[in-house]
Ligand binder design. Structure first.
Ligand code: AHR
Length: 552
């Protein structure tokens, strides 16, 4: 169906590059960005650019693990193209083995000789009843702890293991820590690790204590979970590693989960907070019904076929991240006056209705479009802007699933628009996030009852030496935003731009057409009189690298 915004969008996108080169006087700015380099927020932890891989559908088997004898190019059974491309992203973290799967997983099933490992019913078996039986249904356990840690090393990521709190006792948790971290030759479990090919300790730092304990992770009350959390963490051997223990936090805006958990945890004193490094929030953007329903199935829309109004609604859903972080942070402060505990968003992304998966066995697989790339951009900007509160974030999920960076099936492999956004944003990692003030006209769209509105431009900035990295999302499907950009207290000597957009809002990268959505470098004239103007193309994610005349 033709929609009114589309024609305007196409012509605006086509003229975006040409317009960026026009002299300033020929254009009237309607927007402004001030980068306040003297107002630091905090360091952008590389862990904000983290990943998540669950034993779910085609994530592990097909996506990551192809097996040593496979005709797919691999390194010890691990898909080579995947690790090669992960190396282009910030050295961050990889969460595994779930998700909901984690609370059914016995780590002992995935160690020892591969041919003797048991086959087990996967947590997601009942969701897989319409697809051909495979490793996503009955897990062969070929990919276990040693394979996962090797994958992390190849990919340049730190492992983040999620422990089973629903169906295994605390003993299995601390023995998994022992298996991973005990010094070579020290214990029977350290020897078992060595027999699996890894004599040296893995020194795993990040440990999740359960997952979604309010739901699939035990259906507990926050008080029950707090008691379990205390019990699970009361004794965990360190082996010289500064363990970062992460609690299963709230679903979206459920602040009562946060408040009631912390109230019960600290009943035994504020010192209990020393055993909680991170508090894990989950937020998926799924409801594009524009106020018609809050039903989990009904509210979802198609990954590829969506109206302009659904485009804006999904972005608005994703933008809730900003207020969720602020709300939970405020409640955490009621208990944690010294601010020892940070937020961890260990599941985030867009979740569309099934139907666009690259292969039927890829449960929850969906085809990421340009719209999802904007979700990635605005979410990573949100994390950067809250760099003082968020210590880690993990996009769900790595490959062949929700909001993926990669799609892979047998020997086919493609980078999604989400991957490109992660690569564009890589220079932020390790930088100093600084406050950025954006003013731009808000946009309007139709909701079930009345009009919805959304910001016209948003982004984040960080500083490394003399380089400011400024990333910006323009959500408008039809209008470019002519923007004056000022860096307070510094002169910009030169600018480089990289832009991700496409002429069609549904554009995506498939096995047949892998480069439909790819970032493009863009010429930017040297700023005149200290003032820089840039035209942000409609429906785009942009990275500007601003070289300052001197360090700010
Ligand atoms: O990412 C898919 C699932 O979503 C995870 O297993 C679970 O934690 C969440 O509900």
């Amino acid at each position: 169906m033709q929609d009114p915004n589309r024609r305007a969008f196409l012509s605006a996108a086509a003229s975006a590059v040409a317009c960026a080169l026009l002299p300033r006087t020929a254009r009237a700015s309607d927007s402004r960005i001030d980068v306040l380099t003297d107002e630091p927020i905090g360091t952008v932890a590389p862990e904000l650019y983290g990943h998540f891989a669950e034993h779910l559908g085609g994530v592990v088997y097909d996506g990551i693990w192809v097996g040593e004898g496979s005709r797919v190019d691999n390194v010890g059974g691990i898909r080579r193209a995947l690790v090669d491309h992960l190396r282009r992203l910030p050295a961050s973290v990889m969460r595994w083995p779930g998700g909901c799967f984690a609370d059914s997983y016995d780590w002992r099933d995935g160690v020892g000789p591969r041919e003797r490992r048991p086959r087990r019913t996967n947590f997601w078996v009942d969701s897989m009843d319409k697809v051909p039986e495979g490793p996503g249904t009955y897990d062969p356990n070929a990919f276990g702890t040693n394979e996962f840690v090797r994958f992390c090393r190849l990919a340049g990521m730190q492992p983040y293991l999620a422990a089973n709190l629903r169906s295994l006792p605390a003993r299995d948790f601390y023995q998994w820590v022992e298996y991973c971290n005990a010094p070579p030759g020290s214990t029977t479990l350290a020897e078992l690790r060595a027999a699996g090919g890894d004599r040296e300790a893995f020194r795993v730092r990040f440990w999740g204590v359960g997952n979604e304990s309010w739901g699939c992770g035990g259906n507990l009350t926050p008080e029950e979970y707090a008691t379990e959390y205390r019990r699970f963490t009361a004794w965990v051997p360190r082996y010289g590693v500064e363990l970062a223990l992460i609690g299963a936090g709230p679903n979206g805006g459920d602040v009562s989960w946060t408040r009631r958990f912390l109230a019960r945890l600290t009943e035994k004193g504020e010192g209990q907070l020393g055993g909680l490094w991170g508090w894990a929030l989950h937020h998926y953007s799924w409801n594009v019904s524009r106020g018609r329903t809050s039903d989990w199935r009904e509210g979802k829309g198609d990954a590829l076929e969506f109206t302009p109004d659904e485009w804006y609604e999904l972005l608005k859903e994703a933008d809730r991240m900003d207020s969720l972080l602020a709300q939970h942070w405020q409640v955490m402060g009621e208990f944690d006056r010294r601010r020892r505990v940070k937020l961890v968003v260990d599941e985030w992304g867009a979740w569309h209705r099934p139907g666009s998966e690259a292969h039927p066995t890829h449960l929850f697989g969906q085809m990421p479009t340009l719209r999802d790339a904007l979700v990635s951009g605005l979410t990573l900007d949100t994390f950067n802007r809250h760099a003082d509160k968020v210590a880690m974030a993990n996009v769900a999920q790595l490959v062949n699933c929700l909001h993926s960076l990669f799609l892979a099936h047998q020997d086919r492999f493609v980078l999604t628009p989400n991957f490109h956004v992660f690569e564009m944003y890589a220079p932020h990692a390790g930088g100093r996030a600084v406050r950025t003030v954006v003013s731009a006209p808000t946009l309007g769209y139709e909701r079930a009852e009345g009009r919805g509105s959304f910001w016209g431009l948003a982004g984040s900035a960080s500083l490394k030496g003399r380089t400011v990295t400024l990333t910006v999302v323009n959500p408008h499907l039809g209008e470019a935003r002519e923007t004056e950009i000022a860096v307070r207290g510094a002169a910009v000597a030169s600018v480089r731009a990289v832009v991700l957009t496409a002429a069609d809002r549904r554009a995506h990268n498939s096995f047949a057409e892998p480069h439909a959505v790819s970032p493009q470098g863009q010429e930017v004239p040297a700023p005149s009189g200290g003032l820089l103007t840039f035209r942000f193309a409609p429906a785009s994610v942009t990275r500007l690298s601003l070289e300052l005349a001197r360090a700010a």
